[in-house]
Design a protein around this ligand. Structure first.
Ligand SMILES: [Zn+2]
Length: 229
């Protein structure tokens, strides 16, 4: 099983290792990068490095640049006018810097586009790359995104959130990946901190929506993404 996008914690790492998961851990600061180095000695996983839109006014591109050269994936990066009040001009500047870098070195990008779906889409169209949209929760622009991006990560709210469920219904199964977004996000979405139960629930929901067993296809999608990086 895979977790294509998560934020690291001791609680998650123990379960990740115990269940022999594969996945991409999000790194959004130099401190976090240093922290995962010791975990990587214990159990392998991939990681992505990016300046999160919520932190666009706290961390600058130059500071993170040494880490960008060490990562295969850039993310999560993007724009957000819903869950944070960081100045949108600052968010745009930092997002564009990272899109340019990622496209130049062809490092796949994990996107966060909450409330800014249309503008983020217009921006990514300018930078050719592999794109993974994390937790897309908007009923609009899905078709337009589907034409441009390569994968969508589906999180704990599938079957609960109408937009996430709509995405699974309308996007080809070969473009879907599983994600937890971390233990706190699981709790936020389904009021439980049960990592494995969440994945089993997500797979069940996807299978039901697609009317087929998608378990192996989802893992194959993740393996294909790793090959592209
Ligand atoms: Zn995240």
């Amino acid at each position: 099983m895979h977790d294509a996008h998560f934020h690291m914690s001791k609680e998650l790492f123990d379960l990740f290792k115990e269940n022999k998961m594969k996945g991409i851990c999000n790194v959004d600061s130099v401190e976090e990068y240093e922290c995962i180095q010791s975990l990587l000695k214990e159990y392998p996983f991939e990681f992505s490095v990016g300046i999160h839109p919520w932190k666009a006014d706290q961390i600058n591109f130059e500071e993170m640049k040494p880490l960008f050269s060490k990562t295969k994936f850039i993310g999560e990066i993007g724009l957000d006018n819903t869950w944070c009040d960081v100045d949108l001009d600052v968010q745009r500047r930092v997002f564009i810097q990272q899109l340019e870098f990622a496209s130049k070195y062809q490092k796949p990008v994990i996107l966060h586009v909450k409330g800014m779906e249309q503008e983020a889409l217009n921006l990514i169209k300018r930078y050719k790359n592999t794109y993974i949209v994390h937790w897309y929760s908007c009923l609009d622009f899905l078709k337009e995104y589907d034409e441009v991006v390569d994968y969508f990560t589906v999180g704990p709210s599938v079957g609960i959130d109408e937009a996430v469920t709509n995405l699974v219904k309308n996007v080809d199964v070969h473009k879907l990946l599983l994600e937890s977004d971390g233990i706190d996000a699981i709790e936020w979405a389904i009021q439980s901190r049960d990592y494995l139960k969440m994945f089993n629930h997500s797979i069940e929901q996807i299978n039901e929506i697609k009317q087929m067993d998608c378990t192996d296809i989802l893992d194959q999608n993740f393996n294909q993404l790793l090959k592209r990086a």
